[in-house]
Design a protein around this ligand. Sequence first.
Ligand SMILES: [Zn+2]
Length: 508
Amino acid sequence: MFDSGPAVQPGAPPLSASQLPAYCVVLDLETTGTSPTHNRIIEVGLCEIENGQVVEEWSSLVNPQVPISPFIAQYTGISNELVADAPLFDEIGEDLYNRLRGKVLIAHNARFDYGFLKNEFARLGFDYQEKTLCTLKLSRRLYPEHRRHGLDALIERHGLSSQARHRALGDVRMTWEFVCKALAEHQPETVAPVLAKILGRPSLPPNLPPEEIEALPSAPGVYLFFGENDTALYVGKSVDLRTRVLSHFSGDHRRHKDMRLSQQIHRLEFIETAGELGALLLEARLVKELSPVHNRRLRRTRELHILRLAPDPSQGTIEILSLTHVAPKDLAHIHGLFRSPREAQKALREIASEHNLCLKVMGLEKGRGACFAYQLKKCRGACLGEEPPALHRARLQMALSALKLRTWPFAGTVGFRERSATGRTAVHVFDQWCHLGTAQDETELADILECSSEPLGFDLDGYKILCRYLEKKHGKLDVVPLAGKTAAKLIAEDETAIRLETDGLCSC
Ligand SMILES: [Zn+2]
């Protein structure tokens, strides 16, 4: 069963030791299927590499203790009869673990082999965590001009010796041959950053049970990472939870934040939603409730400020107000969204300079007589009465219109319906950009509408999320008429009007 012998390195040029990590194992597994939690290993093949040279080859069939399907038997040539007398994984596990420990795992589509090893070792009580070097990624990065990077494509493209295809040791030899050729065909300075990127870190967070990642659906929703003592670390959303969560840990992300996260995560939670809008709204709410350590984007650290033109039409004074003092119905009369009064002042000064407006009339400059800009011939003399106040005010209004917040494009409360591919439905109820709630059924919808009588505060998250959503969903909105409330009729029945209403969003 064991096929251990002298190293064979078919025609590969010697590798400079500096290109690869000093200790690596090229490995391939044959398995009863594709799920690391449900399927089992039926064959292991590996080549141990030291300083760029093969020092040992080893392979073993494994009795999976479950039947091998005719498909797999045909694909691999490994039948139930063949493994009947093979050792169980329990019997080879410790030896295998010692061969892999402390070495970089090189494999084609390494995530697959890594997942199986991690699970099989965990059953034996071994905690397997090593860096991986995925040759599929290596091929993609070094040969980006090609679309196919499967082992068969590599065999064809690089003329690899394809004996014993789909047997573990056969595939291992081919994989190693590919590594040697790929590295030989590229300058060390090209290869070094590619290897550094792929080797960035281990495939999965060391403290997170792999089954938690295994359980993630490819559906829209929100995911939550928790650290030690159940500290909330990060809340994120995606239309595909599984892909998004894995992307945090894939070797090709070298982002510092993801690396730190990966070390800290102990637990993972997810909540499926009916669609993207639901995920965005839930994410915003959970970030506010939990204040996760790594979420900066949605966390409100400071008050936002806006500009308001004095209501008295004879005046051109501008007030800088905190957004919390603004009622949603007044949105039509306010401008901008600024992170500080200072930022608001800066914007005003720029507008004044660009449009030859008077800072003194606007209330940003004190003192008697002409304003400073007048002396530079930049003010048209509103401060001295040379420009009529009404004209100055009108010009100021025009200049401010670029900073105007969007008005609510509907006649009252409306619901936006979302449906997921799996049949999950939800209605998100909004009024004046304010998210009143999300209903899964009629009763919940009635509850939301009943409880929404108190005056609304301005909801910046709702505003930003919904504005972007309306723009993105342009032409594909599913608006639910909400009977009993103000007629939920679209003011902007045609999508062009909605688009205009949601253009030019605040970017903060
Ligand atoms: Zn002036």
